[in-house]
Design a protein around this ligand. Structure first.
Ligand code: XLS
Ligand code: CA
Ligand code: CA
Length: 439
């Protein structure tokens, strides 16, 4: 039985269409810069938001019905109804990947063995569903932040017993990721941080997190996981200080503890902006370090200072992000819509329209990025901006063929520094607008 009987397959109808249940810009087979849109943009459904989040917030209860026809929530019947709904949803939108936490899939029992048995049963059911489709897991992860046992952290906990429970969850989630053909495995350190130094040994906690990651890599490789491990940086929320503040911090951590060969970044837009960066900044930092892995495609709200997980709508941001992705040659991960409908958007149509919005926004971002690259003026400007390093003393600086005394001598001889050259930001921004909106 269909879970969304009123919704047909979502098709591309082009920019003039007024059908809310059609793509205006995402045209899976359209070739952009030599590659199909669907290959540039491997979209993924986030199990937790799409099949789980029903509008509950700090002040009010659910506004949407996400029972998907099950007689009671929090049952295996409901867990299976979510699988049915999820697969129908992905098929109707042409989405080929999903991301999950262990506890998104099944109701968690007090006894971890009961939960694990449920996970086995449910992932068998998912495997059945996958047959005859090209839908796969993008990445899996263990939720080590909701259960009260993780109140002082998981890898960073004070309790060796809690650390074992974290290990058990990671072990299981890795097995499930492999079982479901996952490309990646995520560590988002939801409780890996602290509120006050009065009760925290930061060095010890960070070493313990790194040890746990090493154990996860060893086990993952042992059971045939060939994909990437990811750290998903976030500066705060739920903790005041989170260890994986942003891409630069997480990359430093990985290098410090010898984890950089197995790990890349999973960059979430809303987390980058919470860290006081732009989305594209964290993508650039990841990519220049060879660690651009996957993307959690969402957006925050500049007026609200928290993790609002909105569907991406900001075309400028998507354009800047896609410039990074295209210049990196694409990503081996995907674009996971870690986003939820606004609380009053509580219908089934809203669920589909949200994904259409997100997919169209990134399709626009991709097409704009291609146009900006093809236009060439911005790249040309950047090349010219640094041209003084192509000859003379500049070329010698690049070749690391100078001493500090020699450099100083050049300055002393010139006596006064001439204008170093305009940054021309407004000229460049105008090019972006012209490329985006000009005919
Ligand atoms: C929370 C994070 C989380 C991760 C996966 O802010 O975005 O959902 O993506 O644990
Ligand atoms: Ca995320
Ligand atoms: Ca988020």
């Amino acid at each position: 039985m269909e879970k969304f009987p009123t919704i047909k397959e979502i098709k591309y109808e082009g920019p003039a269409s007024k059908n809310p249940l059609a793509f205006k810009f995402y045209d899976a087979n359209k070739v952009v810069l030599g590659k199909k849109m669907e290959d540039w943009l491997p979209f993924a459904m986030a199990w937790w938001h799409n099949l789980g989040a029903a509008g509950t917030d700090m002040f009010g209860r659910d506004t949407a019905d996400k029972s998907f026809g099950a007689s009671a929530k929090g049952t295996m019947e409901h867990a299976k109804a979510k699988v049915d709904a999820g697969f129908e949803f992905m098929k109707k939108l042409g989405i080929k990947y999903f991301c999950f936490h262990d506890v998104d899939l099944v109701p968690e029992d007090e006894d971890i063995n009961v939960t694990n048995a449920r996970l086995d049963e449910l992932t068998d059911y998912i495997l059945e569903k996958m047959k005859g489709t090209d839908i796969k897991c993008l990445w899996g992860t263990a939720n080590m932040f909701s259960n009260p046992r993780f109140m002082n952290g998981a890898g960073s906990t004070n309790s060796a017993e809690v650390y074992c429970f974290a290990a058990a969850q990671i072990k299981k989630a890795l097995e499930l990721t492999v079982k479901l053909g996952g490309r990646g495995y995520v560590f988002w350190g939801g409780r890996e941080g602290y509120e006050t130094l009065l009760n925290t040994d930061v060095k010890f906690e960070q070493e313990n997190i790194a040890n746990l990651m090493h154990l996860a890599v060893d086990y993952g490789r042992k059971i045939g996981f060939t994909g990437d491990f990811y750290i998903e940086p976030k500066p705060k929320e739920p903790m005041k200080h989170q260890y994986d503040f942003d891409a630069a911090t997480a990359i430093g951590f990985l290098r410090q503890y010898g984890l950089d060969k197995d790990f890349k970044m999973n960059i979430e837009a809303n987390h980058a902006t919470l860290a006081g960066h732009t989305f594209e900044h964290d993508l650039r930092i990841s990519s220049i370090n060879g660690m651009l892995g996957s993307i959690d495609a969402n957006q925050g709200d500049p007026i609200l200072g928290w993790d609002t997980d909105e569907f991406p709508f900001d075309v400028y941001s998507a354009t800047n992000a896609m410039l990074e992705v295209v210049k990196a040659g694409g990503i081996t991960g995907g674009f996971n819509f870690d986003a939820k409908n606004r609380r009053p958007s509580n219908t089934v149509e809203d669920m589909f329209e949200a994904y259409i919005l997100g997919m169209d926004t990134f399709a626009l971002g991709l097409m704009n990025a291609a146009k900006i690259i093809e236009d060439g003026r911005i790249d040309e400007f950047i090349a010219k901006k640094y041209a003084s390093f192509n000859e003379g003393i500049g070329a010698r600086i690049r070749a690391k063929d100078v001493t500090l005394e020699e450099l100083a001598a050049v300055a002393l001889e010139k006596r006064v520094c001439k204008n170093p050259g305009s940054g021309k930001q407004e000229y460049l921004e105008a090019i972006v607008n012209q490329v985006m909106f000009g005919k």
